[in-house]
Design a protein around this ligand. Structure first.
Ligand SMILES: Cc1cn([C@H]2C[C@H](O)[C@@H](COP(=O)(O)OP(=O)(O)OP(=O)(O)O)O2)c(=O)[nH]c1=O
Length: 620
Protein backbone atom coordinates (compact mmCIF):
# COMPACT_ATOMS: atom_id res chain seq x y z
CA UNK A 1 0.00 0.00 0.00
CA UNK A 2 1.33 3.43 -0.86
CA UNK A 3 -0.25 5.71 1.69
CA UNK A 4 1.74 8.72 0.64
CA UNK A 5 0.50 9.31 -2.90
CA UNK A 6 3.56 11.27 -3.88
CA UNK A 7 5.60 8.10 -3.54
CA UNK A 8 3.58 6.85 -6.51
CA UNK A 9 5.10 9.70 -8.51
CA UNK A 10 8.43 7.97 -8.23
CA UNK A 11 7.24 4.60 -9.51
CA UNK A 12 8.63 5.04 -12.97
CA UNK A 13 11.78 6.76 -11.84
CA UNK A 14 15.12 5.20 -11.13
CA UNK A 15 15.42 5.96 -7.46
CA UNK A 16 18.59 5.05 -5.59
CA UNK A 17 19.11 4.92 -1.85
CA UNK A 18 22.74 5.84 -1.21
CA UNK A 19 22.88 3.98 2.08
CA UNK A 20 24.02 0.67 3.48
CA UNK A 21 21.72 1.06 6.47
CA UNK A 22 19.28 -1.88 6.54
CA UNK A 23 16.96 0.28 8.67
CA UNK A 24 16.68 2.96 5.97
CA UNK A 25 16.04 0.31 3.36
CA UNK A 26 13.28 -1.21 5.47
CA UNK A 27 11.61 2.10 6.29
CA UNK A 28 11.51 3.19 2.65
CA UNK A 29 10.41 -0.13 1.24
CA UNK A 30 7.69 -0.40 3.87
CA UNK A 31 6.47 2.95 2.59
CA UNK A 32 6.06 1.44 -0.87
CA UNK A 33 9.02 3.22 -2.47
CA UNK A 34 10.75 1.25 -5.22
CA UNK A 35 14.47 1.87 -5.23
CA UNK A 36 17.89 0.39 -5.74
CA UNK A 37 20.48 0.38 -3.00
CA UNK A 38 23.95 1.68 -3.77
CA UNK A 39 25.84 2.32 -0.52
CA UNK A 40 27.86 5.51 -0.57
CA UNK A 41 31.64 5.42 -0.41
CA UNK A 42 31.83 8.96 0.91
CA UNK A 43 34.05 8.99 4.02
CA UNK A 44 32.18 10.66 6.86
CA UNK A 45 35.06 12.92 7.81
CA UNK A 46 33.80 16.48 7.38
CA UNK A 47 35.20 18.94 9.88
CA UNK A 48 32.44 19.17 12.47
CA UNK A 49 33.84 22.43 13.86
CA UNK A 50 33.21 24.17 10.55
CA UNK A 51 29.44 23.76 10.92
CA UNK A 52 27.38 26.22 12.89
CA UNK A 53 24.88 23.54 13.86
CA UNK A 54 24.96 19.75 14.23
CA UNK A 55 22.14 19.35 11.72
CA UNK A 56 24.14 21.40 9.20
CA UNK A 57 26.82 18.75 9.52
CA UNK A 58 24.31 15.90 9.14
CA UNK A 59 22.70 17.48 6.05
CA UNK A 60 26.05 18.13 4.39
CA UNK A 61 27.20 14.55 5.06
CA UNK A 62 23.90 13.25 3.67
CA UNK A 63 24.36 15.41 0.58
CA UNK A 64 27.93 14.27 0.01
CA UNK A 65 26.88 10.62 0.40
CA UNK A 66 24.16 11.05 -2.24
CA UNK A 67 26.34 13.11 -4.62
CA UNK A 68 29.13 10.51 -4.47
CA UNK A 69 26.69 7.78 -5.54
CA UNK A 70 25.11 9.97 -8.23
CA UNK A 71 28.46 10.75 -9.81
CA UNK A 72 29.75 7.17 -9.49
CA UNK A 73 26.61 5.82 -11.14
CA UNK A 74 26.77 8.45 -13.83
CA UNK A 75 30.37 7.58 -14.65
CA UNK A 76 29.98 3.82 -14.50
CA UNK A 77 26.47 3.32 -15.65
CA UNK A 78 24.80 3.97 -18.92
CA UNK A 79 21.66 5.16 -17.19
CA UNK A 80 21.91 8.00 -14.72
CA UNK A 81 19.53 7.64 -11.78
CA UNK A 82 16.65 10.10 -11.55
CA UNK A 83 16.89 10.54 -7.83
CA UNK A 84 19.48 9.64 -5.21
CA UNK A 85 18.56 9.77 -1.53
CA UNK A 86 21.26 10.17 1.10
CA UNK A 87 20.87 10.35 4.87
CA UNK A 88 23.03 10.76 7.92
CA UNK A 89 22.03 10.22 11.52
CA UNK A 90 23.92 11.69 14.44
CA UNK A 91 23.35 11.94 18.16
CA UNK A 92 24.21 15.12 20.04
CA UNK A 93 24.69 15.52 23.75
CA UNK A 94 26.24 18.42 25.61
CA UNK A 95 27.43 20.04 22.36
CA UNK A 96 29.17 16.85 21.23
CA UNK A 97 28.33 14.98 18.01
CA UNK A 98 28.30 11.20 18.41
CA UNK A 99 28.46 8.99 15.34
CA UNK A 100 28.97 5.20 15.20
CA UNK A 101 31.34 3.88 17.88
CA UNK A 102 34.66 2.61 16.57
CA UNK A 103 34.99 -0.10 19.23
CA UNK A 104 33.46 -1.32 22.47
CA UNK A 105 35.29 1.24 24.60
CA UNK A 106 34.02 4.00 22.36
CA UNK A 107 30.48 2.59 22.67
CA UNK A 108 30.96 2.59 26.44
CA UNK A 109 32.04 6.25 26.42
CA UNK A 110 29.04 7.22 24.29
CA UNK A 111 26.45 5.30 26.27
CA UNK A 112 27.80 6.56 29.60
CA UNK A 113 27.42 10.11 28.27
CA UNK A 114 23.80 9.40 27.36
CA UNK A 115 22.94 7.66 30.65
CA UNK A 116 20.18 9.42 32.61
CA UNK A 117 20.09 12.37 30.22
CA UNK A 118 18.16 13.75 27.30
CA UNK A 119 19.89 13.94 23.92
CA UNK A 120 18.96 14.86 20.36
CA UNK A 121 19.00 12.63 17.32
CA UNK A 122 19.31 14.47 14.03
CA UNK A 123 18.94 12.90 10.64
CA UNK A 124 19.95 15.01 7.66
CA UNK A 125 18.43 13.93 4.36
CA UNK A 126 19.44 14.97 0.86
CA UNK A 127 17.28 14.30 -2.19
CA UNK A 128 19.43 14.68 -5.28
CA UNK A 129 17.61 14.97 -8.59
CA UNK A 130 19.91 13.94 -11.43
CA UNK A 131 19.85 14.48 -15.15
CA UNK A 132 22.40 14.02 -17.86
CA UNK A 133 23.02 16.54 -20.63
CA UNK A 134 25.89 16.15 -23.09
CA UNK A 135 27.24 13.38 -20.90
CA UNK A 136 27.48 15.84 -18.01
CA UNK A 137 25.75 15.09 -14.75
CA UNK A 138 23.44 17.83 -13.52
CA UNK A 139 22.13 17.72 -10.00
CA UNK A 140 19.60 19.63 -7.96
CA UNK A 141 19.71 19.05 -4.26
CA UNK A 142 16.93 19.43 -1.79
CA UNK A 143 17.80 18.85 1.83
CA UNK A 144 16.20 18.91 5.23
CA UNK A 145 16.70 17.55 8.73
CA UNK A 146 14.58 16.22 11.53
CA UNK A 147 15.25 16.31 15.26
CA UNK A 148 13.97 13.88 17.87
CA UNK A 149 14.79 14.08 21.56
CA UNK A 150 15.36 10.88 23.49
CA UNK A 151 15.79 10.46 27.22
CA UNK A 152 17.77 7.53 28.62
CA UNK A 153 17.31 5.93 32.04
CA UNK A 154 20.27 5.76 34.38
CA UNK A 155 22.32 2.84 33.07
CA UNK A 156 24.19 0.60 35.47
CA UNK A 157 27.71 -0.51 34.49
CA UNK A 158 26.47 -4.08 34.25
CA UNK A 159 23.60 -3.20 31.92
CA UNK A 160 25.88 -1.01 29.85
CA UNK A 161 28.40 -3.75 29.26
CA UNK A 162 25.77 -6.40 28.69
CA UNK A 163 24.29 -4.17 26.02
CA UNK A 164 27.68 -3.46 24.45
CA UNK A 165 28.48 -7.19 24.37
CA UNK A 166 25.24 -7.82 22.49
CA UNK A 167 27.05 -6.24 19.50
CA UNK A 168 24.09 -4.00 18.77
CA UNK A 169 25.76 -0.59 19.36
CA UNK A 170 28.50 -0.96 16.81
CA UNK A 171 26.81 0.19 13.60
CA UNK A 172 24.56 2.78 15.17
CA UNK A 173 24.92 6.48 15.87
CA UNK A 174 25.33 7.13 19.59
CA UNK A 175 25.95 3.44 20.10
CA UNK A 176 22.37 2.29 20.48
CA UNK A 177 19.45 0.99 18.44
CA UNK A 178 16.13 2.25 19.76
CA UNK A 179 14.29 -0.26 17.56
CA UNK A 180 15.86 -3.30 19.23
CA UNK A 181 17.52 -4.04 22.58
CA UNK A 182 18.45 -0.37 22.92
CA UNK A 183 14.75 0.40 23.31
CA UNK A 184 15.12 -0.85 26.89
CA UNK A 185 17.44 2.03 27.70
CA UNK A 186 14.95 4.66 26.62
CA UNK A 187 12.65 6.43 29.05
CA UNK A 188 10.95 8.80 26.62
CA UNK A 189 10.98 9.94 23.01
CA UNK A 190 9.80 13.25 21.73
CA UNK A 191 9.37 13.49 17.97
CA UNK A 192 9.55 11.10 15.03
CA UNK A 193 10.63 7.63 16.15
CA UNK A 194 11.73 6.59 12.66
CA UNK A 195 14.04 9.58 12.61
CA UNK A 196 15.98 7.93 15.43
CA UNK A 197 16.06 4.65 13.54
CA UNK A 198 17.72 6.47 10.63
CA UNK A 199 15.11 7.95 8.34
CA UNK A 200 12.44 10.62 9.02
CA UNK A 201 9.80 9.16 6.75
CA UNK A 202 7.07 11.65 7.59
CA UNK A 203 9.23 14.70 6.84
CA UNK A 204 10.54 12.99 3.70
CA UNK A 205 6.99 12.52 2.39
CA UNK A 206 6.16 16.14 3.17
CA UNK A 207 9.28 17.20 1.34
CA UNK A 208 8.26 15.17 -1.69
CA UNK A 209 4.82 16.74 -1.54
CA UNK A 210 6.44 20.17 -1.63
CA UNK A 211 8.56 19.16 -4.57
CA UNK A 212 5.91 17.41 -6.59
CA UNK A 213 2.77 19.29 -5.63
CA UNK A 214 3.75 22.94 -5.59
CA UNK A 215 1.03 25.24 -4.28
CA UNK A 216 -1.52 26.42 -6.85
CA UNK A 217 -1.75 30.17 -7.54
CA UNK A 218 -4.86 30.44 -5.35
CA UNK A 219 -3.06 28.66 -2.53
CA UNK A 220 -0.27 31.17 -2.76
CA UNK A 221 -2.74 33.92 -2.00
CA UNK A 222 -3.75 32.14 1.24
CA UNK A 223 -0.60 30.56 2.60
CA UNK A 224 -1.03 26.83 3.14
CA UNK A 225 1.31 24.81 5.24
CA UNK A 226 2.11 21.29 4.17
CA UNK A 227 2.06 20.03 7.66
CA UNK A 228 0.30 16.82 6.80
CA UNK A 229 0.70 14.24 4.09
CA UNK A 230 -2.23 14.35 1.65
CA UNK A 231 -4.76 11.64 2.35
CA UNK A 232 -5.34 8.81 -0.08
CA UNK A 233 -8.28 10.53 -1.71
CA UNK A 234 -5.89 13.05 -3.18
CA UNK A 235 -4.36 10.31 -5.33
CA UNK A 236 -3.14 11.61 -8.60
CA UNK A 237 -2.22 10.04 -11.87
CA UNK A 238 0.81 7.93 -11.22
CA UNK A 239 2.12 7.81 -14.74
CA UNK A 240 4.24 10.42 -16.44
CA UNK A 241 1.35 12.22 -18.09
CA UNK A 242 2.19 15.06 -20.43
CA UNK A 243 5.80 14.02 -20.45
CA UNK A 244 6.46 15.75 -17.18
CA UNK A 245 3.58 15.03 -14.85
CA UNK A 246 5.87 13.50 -12.27
CA UNK A 247 8.76 15.91 -12.44
CA UNK A 248 9.23 17.73 -9.21
CA UNK A 249 8.73 21.44 -9.07
CA UNK A 250 12.08 23.14 -8.77
CA UNK A 251 11.78 24.55 -5.27
CA UNK A 252 14.75 23.03 -3.62
CA UNK A 253 15.90 24.36 -0.34
CA UNK A 254 19.52 23.38 -0.65
CA UNK A 255 22.34 24.02 -3.05
CA UNK A 256 21.44 23.67 -6.73
CA UNK A 257 23.40 23.89 -9.88
CA UNK A 258 20.23 24.40 -11.85
CA UNK A 259 17.32 26.61 -10.95
CA UNK A 260 14.01 26.62 -12.76
CA UNK A 261 10.52 27.62 -11.97
CA UNK A 262 7.32 25.69 -12.42
CA UNK A 263 5.53 27.14 -15.40
CA UNK A 264 2.04 28.26 -14.50
CA UNK A 265 0.53 27.21 -17.84
CA UNK A 266 2.06 23.73 -17.77
CA UNK A 267 1.01 23.45 -14.18
CA UNK A 268 -2.59 24.23 -15.01
CA UNK A 269 -2.64 21.51 -17.70
CA UNK A 270 -1.12 18.98 -15.35
CA UNK A 271 -3.61 19.95 -12.66
CA UNK A 272 -6.52 19.45 -15.03
CA UNK A 273 -5.15 16.07 -16.06
CA UNK A 274 -4.66 15.05 -12.46
CA UNK A 275 -8.20 16.02 -11.50
CA UNK A 276 -9.59 14.09 -14.46
CA UNK A 277 -7.75 10.89 -13.58
CA UNK A 278 -8.06 11.25 -9.82
CA UNK A 279 -11.62 10.02 -9.80
CA UNK A 280 -11.00 7.06 -12.08
CA UNK A 281 -7.70 5.52 -11.00
CA UNK A 282 -7.30 3.40 -7.87
CA UNK A 283 -3.88 3.47 -6.20
CA UNK A 284 -1.23 1.67 -8.22
CA UNK A 285 -0.68 -1.74 -6.53
CA UNK A 286 3.09 -1.44 -6.30
CA UNK A 287 3.60 -3.59 -3.23
CA UNK A 288 1.31 -6.28 -4.58
CA UNK A 289 3.21 -6.48 -7.84
CA UNK A 290 6.48 -6.58 -5.96
CA UNK A 291 5.19 -9.49 -3.93
CA UNK A 292 4.17 -11.21 -7.11
CA UNK A 293 7.64 -10.77 -8.57
CA UNK A 294 9.31 -11.96 -5.39
CA UNK A 295 9.58 -15.57 -6.51
CA UNK A 296 11.12 -14.57 -9.82
CA UNK A 297 13.78 -12.52 -8.08
CA UNK A 298 14.51 -15.39 -5.68
CA UNK A 299 14.83 -17.81 -8.54
CA UNK A 300 17.18 -15.47 -10.40
CA UNK A 301 19.40 -15.27 -7.29
CA UNK A 302 19.30 -19.05 -6.79
CA UNK A 303 20.04 -19.73 -10.44
CA UNK A 304 23.02 -17.39 -10.44
CA UNK A 305 24.31 -19.26 -7.37
CA UNK A 306 23.68 -22.63 -8.96
CA UNK A 307 25.61 -21.53 -12.06
CA UNK A 308 28.37 -20.24 -9.76
CA UNK A 309 28.24 -16.82 -11.38
CA UNK A 310 29.56 -15.20 -8.20
CA UNK A 311 32.49 -17.63 -8.08
CA UNK A 312 33.49 -16.79 -11.63
CA UNK A 313 33.40 -13.10 -10.84
CA UNK A 314 35.13 -13.20 -7.47
CA UNK A 315 38.45 -11.34 -7.40
CA UNK A 316 38.38 -10.96 -11.18
CA UNK A 317 38.36 -7.96 -13.48
CA UNK A 318 34.87 -7.18 -14.81
CA UNK A 319 33.66 -9.77 -17.28
CA UNK A 320 31.17 -9.67 -20.13
CA UNK A 321 28.04 -11.81 -20.09
CA UNK A 322 29.36 -13.88 -23.03
CA UNK A 323 32.54 -14.77 -21.08
CA UNK A 324 30.60 -16.03 -18.09
CA UNK A 325 28.13 -17.80 -20.38
CA UNK A 326 30.92 -19.75 -22.08
CA UNK A 327 32.37 -20.81 -18.70
CA UNK A 328 29.09 -22.22 -17.41
CA UNK A 329 27.81 -23.58 -20.70
CA UNK A 330 24.94 -21.12 -21.01
CA UNK A 331 23.59 -18.90 -23.76
CA UNK A 332 25.05 -15.39 -23.92
CA UNK A 333 21.60 -13.81 -24.29
CA UNK A 334 20.18 -15.69 -21.30
CA UNK A 335 23.23 -14.94 -19.18
CA UNK A 336 23.06 -11.24 -20.00
CA UNK A 337 19.48 -11.06 -18.76
CA UNK A 338 20.32 -12.97 -15.61
CA UNK A 339 23.33 -10.76 -14.88
CA UNK A 340 21.31 -7.61 -15.50
CA UNK A 341 18.72 -8.74 -12.96
CA UNK A 342 21.50 -9.55 -10.49
CA UNK A 343 22.89 -6.05 -11.03
CA UNK A 344 19.46 -4.50 -10.51
CA UNK A 345 19.14 -6.50 -7.27
CA UNK A 346 22.43 -5.02 -6.05
CA UNK A 347 24.38 -8.30 -6.28
CA UNK A 348 26.57 -7.30 -9.22
CA UNK A 349 28.00 -4.04 -10.45
CA UNK A 350 27.62 -3.32 -14.13
CA UNK A 351 30.02 -1.03 -15.97
CA UNK A 352 31.04 -0.62 -19.58
CA UNK A 353 33.85 -3.14 -18.94
CA UNK A 354 31.38 -5.78 -17.81
CA UNK A 355 30.00 -7.25 -14.58
CA UNK A 356 31.74 -7.63 -11.25
CA UNK A 357 30.69 -8.85 -7.80
CA UNK A 358 29.44 -6.40 -5.21
CA UNK A 359 30.76 -6.77 -1.68
CA UNK A 360 27.60 -8.67 -0.74
CA UNK A 361 28.23 -11.22 -3.48
CA UNK A 362 31.88 -11.63 -2.52
CA UNK A 363 31.00 -12.05 1.14
CA UNK A 364 27.99 -14.32 0.98
CA UNK A 365 27.45 -15.76 -2.48
CA UNK A 366 30.90 -16.93 -3.60
CA UNK A 367 31.16 -20.54 -2.49
CA UNK A 368 34.62 -20.27 -0.91
CA UNK A 369 34.15 -17.16 1.18
CA UNK A 370 34.29 -17.45 4.95
CA UNK A 371 30.64 -16.55 5.48
CA UNK A 372 29.36 -18.16 2.33
CA UNK A 373 25.65 -18.87 2.07
CA UNK A 374 26.20 -20.68 -1.21
CA UNK A 375 25.27 -24.05 0.32
CA UNK A 376 22.11 -22.53 1.78
CA UNK A 377 21.24 -21.08 -1.63
CA UNK A 378 21.65 -24.50 -3.25
CA UNK A 379 19.51 -26.12 -0.56
CA UNK A 380 16.83 -23.55 -1.31
CA UNK A 381 17.18 -24.04 -5.05
CA UNK A 382 17.29 -27.84 -5.09
CA UNK A 383 15.04 -28.81 -2.17
CA UNK A 384 13.02 -26.01 -0.60
CA UNK A 385 11.94 -24.50 -3.91
CA UNK A 386 10.42 -27.84 -4.93
CA UNK A 387 8.66 -28.19 -1.60
CA UNK A 388 7.18 -24.72 -1.93
CA UNK A 389 5.75 -25.51 -5.34
CA UNK A 390 3.42 -27.83 -3.37
CA UNK A 391 2.41 -25.15 -0.90
CA UNK A 392 -1.24 -25.50 -1.85
CA UNK A 393 -1.16 -29.18 -0.87
CA UNK A 394 0.74 -28.34 2.31
CA UNK A 395 -2.02 -25.94 3.29
CA UNK A 396 -4.79 -28.36 2.40
CA UNK A 397 -3.15 -31.34 4.10
CA UNK A 398 -1.47 -29.48 6.96
CA UNK A 399 1.85 -31.30 6.51
CA UNK A 400 5.19 -31.26 4.77
CA UNK A 401 5.48 -32.15 1.11
CA UNK A 402 8.54 -34.40 0.88
CA UNK A 403 6.33 -37.32 -0.20
CA UNK A 404 5.23 -35.38 -3.29
CA UNK A 405 8.69 -34.16 -4.22
CA UNK A 406 10.32 -37.56 -3.66
CA UNK A 407 7.35 -39.62 -4.86
CA UNK A 408 7.45 -41.84 -1.76
CA UNK A 409 6.43 -41.93 1.89
CA UNK A 410 8.72 -40.20 4.35
CA UNK A 411 8.64 -41.74 7.84
CA UNK A 412 11.86 -40.33 9.17
CA UNK A 413 12.26 -36.70 8.15
CA UNK A 414 16.03 -36.67 8.22
CA UNK A 415 16.93 -40.21 7.11
CA UNK A 416 14.29 -40.38 4.35
CA UNK A 417 14.43 -36.78 3.09
CA UNK A 418 17.41 -34.63 4.06
CA UNK A 419 19.95 -37.43 4.45
CA UNK A 420 18.59 -39.79 1.80
CA UNK A 421 21.90 -39.79 -0.10
CA UNK A 422 25.44 -38.65 0.77
CA UNK A 423 25.06 -35.72 -1.68
CA UNK A 424 21.78 -34.46 -0.22
CA UNK A 425 23.17 -34.85 3.28
CA UNK A 426 26.32 -32.92 2.44
CA UNK A 427 24.31 -30.14 0.80
CA UNK A 428 22.04 -29.94 3.85
CA UNK A 429 25.05 -29.78 6.14
CA UNK A 430 26.68 -27.08 4.00
CA UNK A 431 23.46 -25.08 4.15
CA UNK A 432 23.21 -25.41 7.93
CA UNK A 433 26.90 -24.66 8.34
CA UNK A 434 26.60 -21.38 6.41
CA UNK A 435 23.60 -20.20 8.38
CA UNK A 436 25.07 -21.33 11.70
CA UNK A 437 28.37 -19.55 11.07
CA UNK A 438 26.54 -16.35 10.38
CA UNK A 439 24.60 -16.41 13.63
CA UNK A 440 26.85 -18.44 15.96
CA UNK A 441 28.82 -15.54 17.40
CA UNK A 442 25.67 -13.66 18.33
CA UNK A 443 24.25 -16.79 19.94
CA UNK A 444 27.45 -17.32 21.92
CA UNK A 445 27.35 -13.68 23.05
CA UNK A 446 23.65 -13.48 23.83
CA UNK A 447 24.10 -14.46 27.50
CA UNK A 448 26.90 -14.78 30.00
CA UNK A 449 27.54 -18.54 29.93
CA UNK A 450 30.82 -18.40 31.81
CA UNK A 451 29.40 -20.34 34.78
CA UNK A 452 29.22 -23.52 32.67
CA UNK A 453 32.26 -25.71 32.11
CA UNK A 454 30.63 -28.25 29.78
CA UNK A 455 28.02 -27.96 27.06
CA UNK A 456 26.27 -30.38 24.73
CA UNK A 457 25.02 -29.01 21.43
CA UNK A 458 22.20 -31.43 20.67
CA UNK A 459 21.84 -31.79 16.88
CA UNK A 460 24.88 -29.51 16.54
CA UNK A 461 25.60 -30.66 12.97
CA UNK A 462 29.00 -29.40 11.77
CA UNK A 463 29.95 -27.83 15.11
CA UNK A 464 29.82 -24.22 13.86
CA UNK A 465 28.06 -23.03 17.03
CA UNK A 466 30.27 -25.23 19.23
CA UNK A 467 33.29 -23.43 17.77
CA UNK A 468 31.96 -19.99 18.67
CA UNK A 469 30.98 -21.13 22.16
CA UNK A 470 34.49 -22.52 22.60
CA UNK A 471 36.03 -19.29 21.31
CA UNK A 472 33.94 -17.13 23.64
CA UNK A 473 34.43 -19.38 26.71
CA UNK A 474 37.94 -20.83 26.70
CA UNK A 475 37.29 -23.12 29.67
CA UNK A 476 34.13 -24.63 28.12
CA UNK A 477 34.25 -28.18 26.73
CA UNK A 478 31.58 -28.68 24.06
CA UNK A 479 30.20 -31.98 22.83
CA UNK A 480 28.42 -31.90 19.48
CA UNK A 481 25.81 -34.66 19.51
CA UNK A 482 24.37 -35.70 16.16
CA UNK A 483 23.52 -38.71 13.98
CA UNK A 484 26.45 -41.02 13.14
CA UNK A 485 26.40 -40.07 9.43
CA UNK A 486 26.54 -36.39 10.33
CA UNK A 487 29.41 -36.87 12.75
CA UNK A 488 31.29 -38.75 10.05
CA UNK A 489 30.96 -35.89 7.55
CA UNK A 490 31.49 -33.15 10.14
CA UNK A 491 35.26 -33.63 9.94
CA UNK A 492 35.20 -31.85 6.56
CA UNK A 493 33.96 -28.67 8.25
CA UNK A 494 36.58 -28.39 11.00
CA UNK A 495 39.00 -25.50 10.53
CA UNK A 496 42.27 -25.68 12.41
CA UNK A 497 42.40 -23.45 15.46
CA UNK A 498 42.91 -23.41 19.19
CA UNK A 499 39.22 -24.27 19.78
CA UNK A 500 39.62 -27.77 18.30
CA UNK A 501 40.78 -29.18 21.65
CA UNK A 502 37.58 -27.95 23.34
CA UNK A 503 35.21 -29.61 20.85
CA UNK A 504 34.27 -33.30 20.74
CA UNK A 505 31.77 -35.10 18.55
CA UNK A 506 29.49 -37.87 19.85
CA UNK A 507 27.27 -39.96 17.59
CA UNK A 508 23.68 -40.84 18.46
CA UNK A 509 19.99 -40.20 17.87
CA UNK A 510 18.63 -37.63 20.29
CA UNK A 511 15.23 -39.30 20.39
CA UNK A 512 16.60 -42.75 21.16
CA UNK A 513 20.06 -42.63 22.70
CA UNK A 514 21.21 -41.19 26.05
CA UNK A 515 22.49 -37.62 25.81
CA UNK A 516 26.09 -36.86 26.80
CA UNK A 517 26.19 -35.27 30.23
CA UNK A 518 26.73 -31.50 30.38
CA UNK A 519 26.02 -28.42 32.51
CA UNK A 520 24.54 -26.57 29.56
CA UNK A 521 22.39 -28.10 26.82
CA UNK A 522 21.99 -26.28 23.53
CA UNK A 523 19.14 -26.82 21.09
CA UNK A 524 19.69 -24.51 18.15
CA UNK A 525 16.91 -24.57 15.56
CA UNK A 526 15.98 -28.11 16.57
CA UNK A 527 12.61 -27.85 18.31
CA UNK A 528 10.96 -26.06 15.38
CA UNK A 529 11.44 -29.20 13.27
CA UNK A 530 9.21 -31.31 15.49
CA UNK A 531 5.62 -31.78 16.61
CA UNK A 532 4.63 -30.93 20.18
CA UNK A 533 4.79 -34.65 21.12
CA UNK A 534 8.35 -34.97 19.96
CA UNK A 535 9.33 -31.66 21.54
CA UNK A 536 8.03 -32.96 24.88
CA UNK A 537 9.96 -36.18 24.38
CA UNK A 538 13.19 -34.34 23.67
CA UNK A 539 12.78 -31.80 26.45
CA UNK A 540 12.06 -34.50 28.98
CA UNK A 541 15.25 -36.29 27.91
CA UNK A 542 17.23 -33.08 28.31
CA UNK A 543 15.59 -32.43 31.69
CA UNK A 544 16.47 -35.95 32.89
CA UNK A 545 20.10 -35.40 31.92
CA UNK A 546 20.30 -32.09 33.79
CA UNK A 547 21.28 -31.42 37.37
CA UNK A 548 19.59 -28.50 39.16
CA UNK A 549 21.23 -25.26 38.03
CA UNK A 550 22.03 -26.66 34.58
CA UNK A 551 21.19 -24.39 31.66
CA UNK A 552 19.21 -24.87 28.48
CA UNK A 553 20.01 -22.56 25.60
CA UNK A 554 17.37 -22.56 22.88
CA UNK A 555 17.71 -20.74 19.59
CA UNK A 556 14.57 -20.42 17.53
CA UNK A 557 12.51 -17.90 15.60
CA UNK A 558 9.88 -16.57 17.99
CA UNK A 559 6.45 -15.75 16.67
CA UNK A 560 5.27 -12.45 18.07
CA UNK A 561 2.16 -12.77 20.18
CA UNK A 562 0.06 -10.85 17.67
CA UNK A 563 1.33 -12.98 14.76
CA UNK A 564 2.21 -9.94 12.69
CA UNK A 565 5.93 -10.13 11.91
CA UNK A 566 6.32 -11.32 8.34
CA UNK A 567 9.83 -12.77 8.81
CA UNK A 568 8.81 -15.23 11.53
CA UNK A 569 5.49 -16.05 9.91
CA UNK A 570 7.12 -17.04 6.63
CA UNK A 571 9.51 -19.19 8.68
CA UNK A 572 6.56 -20.95 10.22
CA UNK A 573 5.08 -21.60 6.79
CA UNK A 574 8.49 -22.89 5.78
CA UNK A 575 8.37 -25.33 8.68
CA UNK A 576 4.98 -26.58 7.52
CA UNK A 577 6.26 -27.30 4.02
CA UNK A 578 9.56 -28.83 5.16
CA UNK A 579 9.21 -30.40 8.60
CA UNK A 580 6.89 -31.87 11.21
CA UNK A 581 7.12 -28.75 13.35
CA UNK A 582 6.35 -25.05 13.49
CA UNK A 583 7.68 -21.85 14.97
CA UNK A 584 6.33 -20.99 18.40
CA UNK A 585 5.84 -17.87 20.49
CA UNK A 586 7.80 -16.95 23.59
CA UNK A 587 4.76 -17.84 25.69
CA UNK A 588 4.57 -21.29 24.10
CA UNK A 589 8.26 -21.96 24.73
CA UNK A 590 7.93 -20.72 28.28
CA UNK A 591 5.07 -23.19 28.92
CA UNK A 592 7.03 -26.04 27.34
CA UNK A 593 10.13 -25.24 29.35
CA UNK A 594 8.31 -24.83 32.64
CA UNK A 595 6.53 -28.14 32.13
CA UNK A 596 9.97 -29.75 31.99
CA UNK A 597 11.35 -27.92 35.00
CA UNK A 598 13.22 -25.07 33.26
CA UNK A 599 12.62 -21.60 34.70
CA UNK A 600 13.98 -18.03 34.74
CA UNK A 601 13.61 -17.68 30.98
CA UNK A 602 15.63 -14.86 29.43
CA UNK A 603 15.24 -13.92 25.77
CA UNK A 604 17.55 -11.98 23.45
CA UNK A 605 16.56 -11.12 19.91
CA UNK A 606 19.37 -11.64 17.42
CA UNK A 607 19.85 -10.07 13.98
CA UNK A 608 17.55 -11.55 11.35
CA UNK A 609 14.72 -13.71 12.60
CA UNK A 610 16.41 -15.67 15.37
CA UNK A 611 15.95 -15.35 19.13
CA UNK A 612 18.09 -16.87 21.85
CA UNK A 613 16.49 -18.14 25.09
CA UNK A 614 18.23 -19.27 28.25
CA UNK A 615 16.48 -21.13 31.06
CA UNK A 616 17.73 -22.84 34.22
CA UNK A 617 16.81 -26.30 35.48
CA UNK A 618 15.18 -26.07 38.87
CA UNK A 619 15.44 -28.82 41.47
CA UNK A 620 12.85 -31.49 40.56
C1 LIG B 1 20.28 6.31 17.24
C2 LIG B 1 20.06 5.16 16.30
C3 LIG B 1 20.78 5.05 15.14
N1 LIG B 1 20.58 4.00 14.29
C4 LIG B 1 21.36 3.85 13.04
C5 LIG B 1 20.75 4.56 11.83
C6 LIG B 1 21.93 4.61 10.89
O1 LIG B 1 21.95 3.41 10.12
C7 LIG B 1 23.14 4.64 11.82
C8 LIG B 1 23.86 5.98 11.77
O2 LIG B 1 24.87 5.92 10.81
P1 LIG B 1 24.82 6.67 9.41
O3 LIG B 1 26.21 7.09 9.09
O4 LIG B 1 23.75 7.72 9.40
O5 LIG B 1 24.33 5.54 8.42
P2 LIG B 1 24.98 4.13 8.06
O6 LIG B 1 26.46 4.17 8.21
O7 LIG B 1 24.24 3.06 8.83
O8 LIG B 1 24.59 3.97 6.54
P3 LIG B 1 25.03 4.90 5.30
O9 LIG B 1 26.13 5.85 5.75
O10 LIG B 1 25.48 3.94 4.25
O11 LIG B 1 23.78 5.63 4.92
O12 LIG B 1 22.64 4.45 13.14
C9 LIG B 1 19.66 3.02 14.59
O13 LIG B 1 19.49 2.05 13.82
N2 LIG B 1 18.91 3.12 15.74
C10 LIG B 1 19.07 4.15 16.61
O14 LIG B 1 18.36 4.19 17.65
Amino acid sequence: MVLCPVIGKLLHKRVVLASASPRRQEILSNAGLRFEVVPSKFKEKLDKASFATPYGYAMETAKQKALEVASRMHQKDLRTPDMVIGADTIVTVGGLILEKPVDKQDAYRMLSRLSGKEHSVFTGVAIVHCSSKDRQLHTRVSEFYEETTVKFSELSEELLWEYIHSGEPMDKAGGYGIQALGGMLVESVHGDFLNVVGFPLNHFCKQLVELYYPPRPEDLRQPVQHDSIPAVDTFEDLSDVDGGGSEPAQRETGSCDEKAEAGAAGQATAEAECHRTRATLPPFPTRLLELLDGFKLSKALLTACKLKVFDWLKDEAPQKAADIASKVDASACGMERLLDVCAAMGLLEKTEQGYSNTETANLYLASDSEYSLHGFMLQNNDIIWNLFTHLEFAIREGRNQHHRVLGKKVDDLFQDAYYRSPETQLRFMQAMHGVAKLTARQVANAFDLSRFSSACDVGGCTGALARELAREYPRLQVTVFDLPDVVELAVHFQPAGPQAAQIHFAAGDFFRDPLPSAELYVLCRILHDWSDDKVHKLLSKVAESCKPGAGLLLVETLLDEKREAQGSLIQSLNMLVQTEGRERSRGEYQCLLELHGFHQLQVVHLDGVLDAMLATRAAP
